[in-house]
Design a binder for this molecule. Structure first.
Ligand SMILES: *Cc1c(COP(=O)(O)O)cnc(C)c1O
Length: 405
């Protein structure tokens, strides 16, 4: 199984226990709930499908399902059966929609969690129907039709060709599959592109209706975070929002959403080195003065990428001059040299008397009034934030931030 095995109890971790290790992630459920409110304030009568794939974008679906239930969110989008299992184990009873094409065995295993599959391929639909009939000969299985109107060419059937039209007719011809929704997904954030593909989606639906698709009660959904926030016309009956509910509005410039994840470690030592010494592998960083370096016991094996390395020697100019910073005592300090497998070094020269053993270090998120926000994290890590956060989430222990009373 490629998706991680998940725990519905989060291994019994408490904030105190998690913080005893070399690093941990704090997840802010209050911020998550506020983000849900902020999305809902926008979408009027459209339903909100909270996208919780990739174990809730690295936050941990087990930690956030209680908020989904408390907020009465009725639609959750997942990708793995493990996410579905944990959601059900924790009492979520609403719709579980899988937003990628599943393998046969995944589909069969998903029956017991009531997963609604996204289907855009007739062979897959036939397989699904065959398995479902064996399990439940009388009832119809709710599924969502995936259309390639958006132009992702990933899950959806392409209706602009005779081949695709034949496939779509085949997709409609399964009496045991009940098409309860029709989706597409946008690859682009350009206004003209999105609105053009939305028009295609409406044309596709009209054609399908002509071929016998029942559109009464059909849940039409196309919008991710960007489309939801920027293009009201895409919201239709339901929006599928991931980024925004975790405080990542992507390229939508807004401060309305609050980051739910913080990545933390501690100062393990503060070491003294002379001017002229170099730091870490390949000697990419040279100390220009007598220096005090804080040793932070977290590295790329924890998911904190080598991309955060910071070189200052001219020979390494090609690596870029990311001046990645971390927060200690609500002040910023630069990483120096390469991030290694389990350790990174931070220059605290001048503040060496203030930085103490075991002080909390923030690599992403806020500490006092200081903050490492999404854009900075991406620029310094030379990678896409959701990619980094999903991996960090799968690696580091995660706990809920204690709620303010
Ligand atoms: C990931 C995903 C979303 C959510 O995208 P965000 O930009 O994070 O809101 C919606 N729909 C599909 C099909 C997805 O794969």
């Amino acid at each position: 199984m490629a998706a991680p095995i998940l725990s519905s109890t989060n291994y019994g971790l408490t904030p105190a226990k998690a913080a005893r290790g070399n690093g941990w992630i704090e997840v802010d459920a209050a911020a998550f709930e506020a983000n849900i409110d902020a999305v809902r304030a926008d979408i009027g009568t459209a339903r909100l499908a909270a996208v919780m794939k990739a174990d809730a974008y690295g936050n941990g679906i087990a930690l956030l399902i209680p908020s989904i239930i408390a907020k009465r969110v009725t639609d959750v989008a997942i990708t793995s059966n493990e996410e579905a299992r944990v959601a059900r184990a924790l009492g979520y009873r609403g719709r579980l929609l899988r937003i990628r094409t599943a393998t046969s065995e995944e589909m069969e295993d998903g029956f017991r969690f009531g997963v609604e599959e996204t289907v855009g391929n007739p062979e897959v639909a036939a397989r699904l129907e065959q398995m479902w009939r064996k399990r439940s000969p009388k009832r119809r299985l709710p599924v969502h039709l995936a259309l390639n109107a958006g132009g992702m060419s990933r899950n959806g059937v392409e209706l602009s060709t005779p081949y695709g039209k034949a496939e779509a007719r085949a997709l409609l011809g399964h009496p045991s599959l009940h098409i309860v929704g029709a989706m597409t997904h946008y690859p682009s954030e350009e206004e003209g592109d999105i609105l053009g593909q939305l028009a295609r989606y409406h044309e596709d639906l009209a054609w399908l209706q002509g071929e016998g698709l029942t559109t009464a009660g059909l849940v039409r959904h196309t919008a991710n975070t960007f489309a939801t926030v920027k293009h009201p016309a895409t919201r239709l009956d339901m929006v599928r929002v991931g980024g925004a509910i975790y405080g990542d509005p992507g390229s939508v410039k807004t401060e309305r959403f609050v980051q739910t994840m913080s990545i933390k470690s501690r100062v393990a030592a503060v070491n003294h080195y002379p001017a002229g010494q170099t730091v870490a592998y390949d000697r990419t960083y040279r100390l220009e003065r007598e220096s005090w370096l804080a040793n932070i016991p977290l590295g790329y094996s924890d998911g904190y990428r080598r991309g955060f390395s910071h070189a200052n020697r001219p020979e390494f100019a090609a690596e870029g001059r990311n001046r990645s910073e971390v927060l200690i005592g609500a002040a910023r300090f630069p990483i120096v040299g390469r991030v290694t497998m389990n350790t990174l070094m931070v220059d605290v020269t001048g503040m060496q008397d203030k930085v103490r053993l075991d002080d909390e270090v923030v690599l992403f998120g806020a500490q006092g009034a200081a903050r490492i926000a999404q854009a900075e994290f991406e620029a310094n890590g030379s990678a896409y934030a959701p990619e980094m956060l999903a991996v960090l989430g799968a690696t580091l222990p995660r706990v809920l931030k204690e709620r303010a009373r």
